[in-house]
Design a protein around this ligand. Structure first.
Ligand code: ATP
Ligand code: MG
Length: 563
């Protein structure tokens, strides 16, 4: 095993280390991962998960999984279940499992307390009027005419909001803070809204629901979270997060913001991903082209690769964009260590070895993984008629083409040297058979006289080949930034029409006939592939996880070289 590389700098780790050293909260570290169950987790969430769970682990702390379920209309148990499965697949196990809805009673009591202390009021302004009163970054807001209601009137109206007397949107409960605050979030933020909607856990018990800002900090506090990590867009909410905690005099959780992960050619808004699913633009949340963890799992990405990528991408206090090629680099690096090598021909062309005995079959020894001796070897059947890739033969080879062509000798991987002699064409003039001869002295791939060939090509014996469907993916979006659109367009205008290519008649070596769903292989010379759940007996379906060519390694080398 290689030495684990030293942990890259991480300002959140430094904050936690400092707190532990100074015995804040007795040196205790408690974090949480707080997804809203309104969609499937994506690679951006993986970053938050690795920070929340990873940092707690480093300091012997604990991590809760908390569903931030305060928007009943968009949430569903399907999402709750998928989120749990994805967190575990990534390799993490939560200590406590909570729901913000567990705290609805407590939050309601706290709202009453704030009303009694003159720190909250019921406002009859409409959402639009509240927006107009809010002011701007350069102009202070205007106080609502309902701001100075008596405590009794506020208690009475809030109670009637709860019992369902008023329609949606007719009233809200607001915190009474400061309409002139330079921070817009402090201008009497809404704490509760009326929503006659069934909740996936509390049913119809409530028709008022707390806003994110009135739920998140208090939920953290109730769970005695010491370090509450979230993405940078919440930085402006931190004063409000602290304000509620201070007014209520409850456990002082601390919010720490970090940069949101963005990837080129990738969309990471759950709302937009859901649109792609609902409109049938992809086959589902786990479509291998999706940036969801379930899509990446189906595509063959490993949890280790994702964790290594997230660690290498690092954390900072400013948002940036990471190259998709970097993620693919980590996928390749991990699969290189663990994937078994096999031979598969995606676009088959028949090769007939005229001087090889008919009906003879040899079992060739093949290495399963040159990176891992313990993976052993296997036998691959060799016979007179083989498939090779169409791309590995040219009747008129261009300059620099060293694969098979008339008169040229090449090596068949684990087989023999063969030389192309003649071709058979169909009536469209396409080559459909290449006739070759082989040199029996080159079995295993070396000539006793030491002569060299310039290329080695893969093959599958026709009589032993198994049929497979192979799905090749390109990026789901054709623009680096999928949100960059022309007037009147939305992000779907940037969907890549060629993101999926289906190869219906690939030929794979017989050892793959019973490959289990989810197994990952390297098809020699082609890339990494994973068995898809759509596979049926007799017809395996493979997804290409990633091609072999590593563009990121090159970029990195260049960067390393110039610095
Ligand atoms: P989306 O806009 O995709 O719905 P969200 O932030 O609303 O994202 P949540 O379910 O609320 O999604 O997120 C749970 C946690 O994951 C939050 O702490 C959030 O900050 C974090 N998170 C979400 N997206 C990213 C991202 N791209 N990079 C890093 N962390 C993220
Ligand atoms: Mg959200």
């Amino acid at each position: 095993m290689a030495e684990p590389s030293p942990a890259p700098p991480n300002f959140i780790r430094d904050i936690i280390a400092e707190d532990v050293k100074s015995s804040q909260h007795g040196g205790r570290v408690q974090t949480r991962f707080p997804p809203e169950p309104n969609g499937y987790l994506h690679i951006g969430h993986a970053k938050a998960i690795c920070l929340d769970f990873g940092l707690a682990d480093e300091f012997g702390g604990h991590t809760n999984l908390r569903f931030d379920d305060t928007n009943p209309e968009k949430e569903d148990v399907e999402y709750v279940e998928s989120i749990k499965a994805d967190v575990q697949w990534l390799g993490f196990q939560w200590d406590g499992l909570f729901y913000a809805s567990d705290y609805f009673d407590q939050l309601y009591e706290w709202a009453i307390k704030l009303i009694k202390e003159g720190k909250a009021y019921v406002d009859d302004l409409s959402a639009e009027e509240i927006r107009q009163h809010r002011g701007t970054l350069t102009q202070p807001g205007k106080e609502s005419p309902y701001r100075n209601r008596s405590v009794e009137e506020n208690l009475n109206l809030f109670e009637r909001m709860r019992t369902g007397e008023f329609p949606d949107g007719s009233r809200v409960l607001r915190a009474k803070i400061d309409m002139a605050s330079p921070n817009l979030n402090m201008r009497d933020p809404v704490m509760y809204r009326i929503l006659h909607a069934e909740h996936h856990r509390t049913g119809n018990k409530w028709c008022i629901y707390p806003m994110y800002d009135f739920a998140h900090g208090q939920s953290d506090s109730l769970e005695k979270i010491t370090h509450s990590m979230c993405t940078l867009e919440f930085a402006d909410h931190q004063p409000l997060y602290n304000w509620f905690i201070e007014q209520l005099g409850i456990f002082p959780s601390r919010q720490i913001e970090f940069d949101r992960l963005s990837l080129t050619y990738t969309m990471m808004s759950k709302r937009k991903l859901r649109l792609l699913v609902e409109e049938g633009r992809v086959k589902g949340w786990d479509d291998p082209r999706m940036p969801t963890l379930s899509g990446m799992r189906r595509r063959g990405y490993t949890p280790e690769a994702i964790r290594n990528f997230v660690t290498a991408a690092g954390v900072s206090r400013t948002n940036g964009i990471v190259e998709l090629a970097m993620l693919e680099h980590f996928v390749r690096e991990d699969l290189n260590k663990r994937a078994l090598r096999v031979m598969a021909v995606l676009k088959p062309l028949k090769v007939i070895i005229d001087n090889y005995p008919e009906n003879k079959v040899e079992e060739m020894d093949a290495v399963n993984n040159p990176e891992d001796a313990s993976a052993g070897t296997r036998k691959v059947p060799f016979s007179r008629v083989l498939y090779i890739e169409q791309d590995d033969f040219r009747e008129d080879p261009p300059k620099g083409y060293f694969r098979l062509s008339p008169g040229r000798e090449v090596r068949l991987r684990y087989g023999y040297f063969i030389t192309a002699k003649s071709v058979v064409k169909n009536d469209r003039g396409e080559v459909v058979e290449v006739h070759c001869t082989y040199d029996p002295a080159t079995r295993g791939g070396n000539a006793p006289d030491g002569r060299k060939v310039k290329s080695t090509i893969h093959w599958v014996s026709v009589a032993h080949a198994v049929d497979a469907e192979v799905r090749i993916y390109e990026t789901l979006f054709s623009k680096e930034n999928p949100d960059e659109v022309g007037p009147g367009q939305d992000f779907t205008a940037n969907l890549n029409p060629n993101s999926l290519e289906v190869i219906a008649n690939a030929k794979i070596e017989p050892s793959l006939a019973k490959a289990a769903v989810g197994s990952r292989y390297q098809f020699e010379r082609l890339g990494y592939f994973c068995v898809d759940p759509d596979s049926k007996p007799g017809k395996a379906v493979f997804s290409r996880t990633v091609a072999l060519k590593d563009t990121w390694a090159k970029v990195e080398k260049k960067q390393g070289g110039s610095s």
